[in-house]
Design a protein around this ligand. Structure first.
Ligand code: T5A
Length: 211
């Protein structure tokens, strides 16, 4: 049976983790045991890279930031995502490589072609089947994060203009497998809209997976 690779993307505080968990819950309710991952992270090496890249005490530049994130991705794809897809599992990922385009290319200004080449090495060319992009203005995401009361990490502390570029990049995305969702709506409505997209595209496969 074919695996399915679902990715939730979007700017800070858009509700990606909330949505990814909601989709996984819906899959489980059908008897499907999805593989849930987040980026950067998901393996011991990737979690170690995440600690470094998000630590506000550590100063680093855009290139080292890129390679920490790509190292995390390479390990996650090789050890978790690709084997799960090969085994016919459904993978739900909280961020993937559109985040690199958003943050490291649009946000930090790194060279697009070179970053995409490096990313292709990290992923082995693995592309998602569906990218659910949550669109939300920067100030709304910031307000949601503020209400959570967490200390902002190194990337969250980046200048406002960078977060505007990240948000604009996500909002302008087009292409096969990209679906935009208005993330200003209630959680349940966003989740329902996302689930409808999943079922419209993969209902038959999901039906075959369902226990
Ligand atoms: N990064 C990552 C890169 O620079 N390049 C890359 O290639 C990759 C993969 C990851 C950081 O790494 C960077 C980007 C990031 O800066 P992270 O901690 O995973 O760090 O940060 P985020 O992905 O931004 O996670 P957040 O937790 O900040 O945001 P989420 O996951 O979008 O939002 P979520 O679900 O945690 O929700 C935030 C709050 O809003 C509420 C939730 O209950 C929660 O309180 N909420 C809603 N409120 C109202 N309406 C809704 N519809 C809501 N949905 C959720």
């Amino acid at each position: 049976m074919a695996g399915i690779f679902l990715v939730v993307e979007g700017p800070e505080g858009a509700g990606k983790t909330t949505l990814a968990r909601g989709l996984a819950r819906r899959l489980r309710s059908l008897g499907i045991d999805p593989v849930e991952v987040r980026e950067p992270g998901g393996t011991p090496v990737a979690e170690a890279a995440r600690q470094v890249v998000l630590d506000p005490e550590l100063e680093t530049g855009p290139v080292s930031e890129l390679f920490l994130i790509l190292a995390a991705r390479a390990d996650l794809v090789a050890r978790i995502i690709q084997p799960a897809l090969d085994a016919g599992r459904v993978v739900v990922s909280d961020r993937y490589d559109l985040s690199t385009e958003a943050y490291q290319i649009a946000g930090r200004g790194l060279d697009r072609d070179k970053v995409l080449q490096a990313n292709a090495i990290a992923t082995g060319g693995l592309e998602p089947d569906l990218m659910l992009v949550l669109d939300l203005p920067v100030h709304v995401g910031r307000a949601r994060q503020g209400r959570q009361g967490k200390e902002p990490d190194r990337l969250e502390r980046a200048e406002e203009a960078m977060h505007e570029r990240v948000t604009d990049f996500f909002a302008g995305l087009t292409g096969a497998g990209v679906v935009h969702l208005d993330a200003t709506r209630e959680r349940e409505i966003v989740e329902e809209a996302a689930w409808a997209e999943v079922i419209a595209r993969f209902g038959e496969t999901i039906g075959a997976h369902a226990g």
